[in-house]
Design a protein around this ligand. Structure first.
Ligand SMILES: C[S@@+](CC[C@H](N)C(=O)[O-])C[C@H]1O[C@@H](n2cnc3c(N)ncnc32)[C@H](O)[C@@H]1O
Length: 207
């Protein structure tokens, strides 16, 4: 085990059927996001999973390019978009590292429940910054497991070894904020809620 694509491919059908853990928190995050969306916006979403969040936001923007490392997740997303007659979304199997686009392409980049799964969150944040237009928004939800969660730190690699859990990086909310600020973002909104606890951040490209 260790290949994230394989892990998420195996997990995709189950993920699609999983109920939302905290409906109230989910709705709050949709609302906070939609307050910032405009009909002329070009949006990128990475780690889109089965496209649930993508499809919620699609009616509020011009276009969303939504990528995910998992072929099976993307297949489910495409089916959901077809069934819902959503035509302004392009789902694509692609790693964030392999995304090659011009600087300043997007008004908004979204990455939900993904930064803690990447080997190098700083590299991803730096790439998001480059892809955003000046003043563009990076809207993310991240599970911040830093701190004294020693039992969890011990269990996660074992679960990962047996293919039961994804590999998760441990960092605190403060470390995430620092990473964003160090890469040219200003934090416009930060909110913690939900089960499992996620840190929802709206960050603006300032430099
Ligand atoms: C926890 S799921 C979150 C899915 C969705 N954003 C949501 O909030 O429901 C994480 C997703 O990130 C994808 N992923 C993991 N590593 C990735 C990478 N390097 N590039 C793009 N997607 C990745 C996985 O395939 C999975 O679909």
């Amino acid at each position: 085990m260790g290949d994230p694509q394989r892990f998420w491919d195996r997990y995709a059908k189950g993920y699609a059927k999983r109920p939302i853990a905290d409906e109230a928190a989910y709705q709050t995050k949709l609302k906070l996001t939609q307050e910032h969306l405009k009909p002329d916006m070009e949006v990128l979403e990475f780690g889109c999973g089965t496209g649930t969040i993508t499809l919620h936001h699609a009616p509020f923007v011009k276009h969303i390019r939504a990528i995910d490392i998992s072929k099976n997740m993307i297949e489910i997303s495409k089916t959901k978009a077809r069934d819902a007659n959503v035509t302004n979304v392009a789902f694509e199997q692609l790693k964030i590292d392999d995304l090659k686009e011009n600087d300043s392409t997007y008004d908004v980049v979204m990455g939900h429940s993904i930064l803690h799964l990447l080997d190098d969150k700083e590299k991803a944040i730096n790439k998001v910054h480059r892809l955003l237009k000046p003043g563009g928004l990076f809207i993310s939800t991240t599970t911040c497991l830093g701190g004294k969660l020693w039992a969890l730190r011990a269990i996660l690699p074992i679960g990962h070894f047996f293919g039961l859990l994804p590999m998760v990086k441990f960092f605190t909310k403060e470390e995430l904020e620092t990473a964003l600020k160090d890469n040219g973002f200003q934090i416009d909104h930060i909110w913690q809620s939900g089960k499992p606890k996620g840190i929802f951040i709206i960050a603006r490209k300032t430099q």
